[in-house]
Design a protein around this ligand. Structure first.
Ligand SMILES: [Zn+2]
Length: 321
C-alpha cells in the first residue's frame, strides 16, 4: 500500500512511498480525506503541536471501510475516525473529556494519519457512519463539524441568542453557522466571500462593514490575532467570545477593562468529545447539513490538493482514494 511520507516539512517534500501497514487496532481502508488547516500546517511545519513519529504521515480527517471485525464494528462497515487518541484512564478521560486526555493527542499528529491507503485504529476511535450520512458529509464531521459543534457547547449557546461567526466561509464557518441555526440561534457571519451566504446566517457582513453598534451574545472567532481584539467589541454584556484557531497569528492584545466591566468571557475550545460526535450524528439525522465542495482530487494528487488549499477556494477540498 502507498502513503505520503514527510521526512522534511513542506508540500514539495511529500513523497509517495510503498509502505507496510502499521499501528494497532482495526485495519481500515481509507476511501476519502478532507484537507483542513491542521493537515496543511502540519505538512508545512507550522503546526502548534509536537509531531511524531518522524518521518510522518499526516491526514487527520478521513473515512473508510473496516477491513475486519471488532466488537461492534463489522468488516465492510463505513467508518469515521474520531481523531483524538485517549487512554480512557486519566482524570480527563474519566470525566468525559477524552479530547483533553493527559496522555493523548490528535490522531495524525502524535501518530501517523490517513494520507495512506490503509490505517490501523483502536476500535474506540471508530464510529460506524449512519446510512443517512453521505461520504461527502461524513468526511467533514470528525474535525470541521465536531469543532464547530463543541465550540457552541463550550459557549453554552442557547436558543434565541445571537451569534456572530468570523471565518463564515471557512470549513468550520459553513458548518458552524448551520449547526447554530439548527440549535435555534440567530446567526450572523463575517466574511468577504459570497459563499458564506445561504448557510443559516440572517446576514453576512464584510470585515469592515459590521455595524459599530452590532452586539452578539456569542462571538465565534477562529481566525486568531488579526481580528481577535476588534471582534470582542461586538460582544453584549455577559457575552462569550470563543476561539479555536490561530490562522492569522497566536498573540493578540485585549482590552482587559472592557472585558471585566462587561463581565465578558474568552473561551478556548478544541475538537470535541466522542459524545459530542455522537450527538452531532443525531442532529444530522433530523437536519440536513450542506457541505460545499470546492474540488475533489485523487489520493495520488495530494500535493495538488494542498496547492489548491493555498488558493482562494470555496468549499471543502477532498481526496478520493
Ligand atoms: Zn486520558
Amino acid at each position: 500500500m502507498k502513503g505520503f511520507v514527510i521526512e522534511k516539512f513542506g508540500t514539495e517534500n511529500l513523497e509517495l512511498k510503498n509502505l507496510e501497514p502499521s499501528g494497532n487496532g482495526i485495519r481500515v481502508k481509507i476511501t476519502h480525506a478532507a484537507i483542513n488547516p491542521l493537515d496543511y500546517n502540519l505538512i508545512n511545519g507550522k503546526v502548534v503541536y509536537g509531531v511524531s513519529p518522524m518521518p510522518h504521515i499526516a491526514g487527520s480527517e478521513v473515512i473508510g471501510s473496516a477491513m475486519e471485525d471488532g466488537k461492534e464494528i463489522k468488516k465492510g462497515d463505513r467508518v469515521m475516525i474520531y481523531n483524538r487518541i485517549f487512554d480512557s484512564t486519566c482524570n480527563q478521560c474519566i470525566s468525559g473529556n477524552e479530547h483533553l486526555c493527559d496522555n493523548g493527542g490528535i490522531w495524525g499528529v502524535i501518530t501517523n494519519g490517513g494520507f495512506q491507503e490503509i490505517v490501523s485504529v483502536p476500535e474506540t476511535n471508530l464510529l460506524k457512519i449512519p446510512e443517512y450520512i453521505t461520504d461527502v458529509q461524513a468526511v467533514s464531521v470528525p474535525i470541521a463539524a465536531l469543532t464547530a459543534y463543541h465550540a457552541l457547547i463550550r459557549a453554552k449557546a442557547s436558543p434565541g441568542e445571537k451569534v456572530l461567526y468570523y471565518g463564515a466561509s471557512g470549513n468550520t464557518g459553513i458548518l458552524g453557522m448551520q449547526i447554530a441555526s439548527i440549535m435555534g440561534l440567530e446567526v450572523y457571519g463575517v466574511s468577504e466571500s459570497a459563499i458564506a451566504k445561504g448557510y443559516g446566517a440572517m446576514e453576512i457582513f464584510g470585515r469592515d462593514s459590521i455595524p459599530a453598534d452590532f452586539r452578539a451574545d456569542i462571538v465565534v472567532n477562529p481566525l486568531g490575532a488579526s481580528t481577535f481584539s476588534s471582534s470582542m467589541k461586538h460582544l453584549k454584556k455577559m457575552g462569550r467570545m470563543i476561539t479555536f484557531g490561530v490562522l492569522t497569528g497566536r498573540n493578540a492584545e485585549i482590552d482587559i477593562a472592557a472585558l471585566y466591566t462587561a463581565e465578558n468571557s474568552v473561551i478556548g475550545s478544541t475538537g470535541g468529545t466522542r459524545k459530542d460526535l455522537m450527538s452531532l450524528l443525531g442532529i444530522m439525522k433530523n437536519h440536513q447539513i450542506r457541505i460545499p465542495v470546492d474540488s475533489t482530487f485523487n489520493f495520488e494528487d495530494l500535493p495538488k490538493a494542498l496547492k489548491r488549499y493555498e488558493e482562494k477556494h470555496s468549499g471543502r477540498i477532498l481526496l478520493k482514494y
